[in-house]
Write a protein that binds this ligand. Structure first.
Ligand SMILES: Cc1cc2nc3c(=O)[nH]c(=O)nc-3n(C[C@H](O)[C@H](O)[C@H](O)COP(=O)(O)OP(=O)(O)OC[C@H]3O[C@@H](n4cnc5c(N)ncnc54)[C@H](O)[C@@H]3O)c2cc1C
Length: 296
């Protein structure tokens, strides 16, 4: 694991609801990309109102730790939209929403502001025989969708479904000879997400998914239904799909609500992950069903 320090080179508005922050300098010349289109990093933000006072954690072999006596840098997860080693730059595209450390920082950042991040991880992992892929995301998954599309070989037929708040949030996606893109409006914290309905309509029960890989990212609770659809209705093996929750509504009170659960309920939920006998996707479905039942 590495921890990198960079500075903002410039800020580029993308749409009414997203902004691109280009990072450069610092340790960026040492940054080792995985090359996977949805690779993400943990960003470390200034802990207080001084935008230049960044207290970075130190890397351990597999993680990081805050040195004793140092302030803890707030941490959030973001996709590396682009890497340009030749000019020592990376791009990160931020959704601007009403509040939150990251969105507030991105809305006000200026050239010269420091930012930290760790080594990247990629999750998109299609089987070798894939001839068709389906990429489904809300706005937070748009940077990954764009980079995945850029990396997709010409022979792979690609269906893209993206939910953005409104038409002003649509942005051009990289051209691909076999890609069809559908934009849907809503969700993204502005209303109920339609991602589950869009996926079910695009992939009904009798779909022929031979040679297909499905990648989905977005609002966590909407994706619970999507995961169940892939696994239970379409009987997809876990190697043929990836469902990644990118953000949760009411995230600020989640931990408090989890902590307020009776001890036996928490223990029962935690036990699902201990020595799981079922496929991890099935365990995740059982876990998420229970969370939904508890209003989490
Ligand atoms: C692997 C991965 C990759 C990601 N890549 C990106 C990316 O490239 N670009 C990107 O913008 N996001 C991305 N995200 C999502 C991002 O990490 C979350 O949206 C994060 O919560 C934002 O932090 P914050 O400090 O702005 O808000 P938080 O402090 O986490 O949350 C504050 C409040 O805002 C709400 N909220 C959080 N995110 C959103 C949102 N997007 N829309 C509406 N309300 C929201 C929360 O429910 C909470 O009530 C990614 C997440 C993951 C797991």
């Amino acid at each position: 694991m590495e921890i990198y320090r960079a500075v903002v080179a410039r800020v580029e508005p993308l749409t009414a609801t997203m902004v691109r922050v280009v990072l450069t300098g610092g340790d960026l010349s040492k940054f080792a990309s995985t090359g996977v289109g949805d690779e993400y990093v943990r960003l470390f933000f200034p802990h207080g109102p001084d935008r230049h006072d960044l207290s970075l954690p130190v890397a351990t072999e597999t993680s990081w730790e805050t040195p004793e006596g140092s302030p803890t840098a707030p941490m959030r997860t973001y996709t590396i939209r682009a890497v340009r080693p030749e000019v020592n730059e990376i791009d990160i595209d931020f959704v601007l929403h009403d509040h939150g450390v990251a969105a507030t920082w991105a809305a006000g950042t200026r050239p010269g502001d420091p930012l930290g991040f760790n080594s990247p991880t990629g999750l998109y992992d299609p089987p070798e025989d894939v001839t068709r892929q389906i990429l489904v995301a809300d706005q937070t998954g748009l940077p990954a969708v764009a980079r995945l599309l850029e990396n997709t070989p010409d022979h792979i037929t690609t269906r893209v479904i993206v939910e953005v708040p409104d038409q002003a949030s649509v942005q051009p996606l990289p051209a691909h000879p076999r890609a069809k893109v559908t934009w849907a409006y809503g969700g993204n914290g502005h209303g109920p997400s339609r991602l589950a309905d869009l996926v079910t309509a695009a992939l009904p029960e009798d779909s022929d998914l031979t040679g297909t890989y499905v990648w989905t990212a977005g609002e966590t609770t909407a994706l619970r239904t999507v995961r169940k659809h892939f696994r239970k209705t379409l009987s997809l093996p876990s190697s043929r799909f990836k469902v990644v929750g990118y953000w949760s509504p009411n995230a600020d009170s989640w931990t408090e609500r989890w902590e307020a659960l009776p001890a036996d309920v928490k223990a029962e939920l935690e036990a699902l992950w201990e020595d799981p006998k079922d496929d991890l996707e099935d365990v995740t479905i059982a876990y998420e069903d229970r969370l939904s039942g508890l209003g989490l």
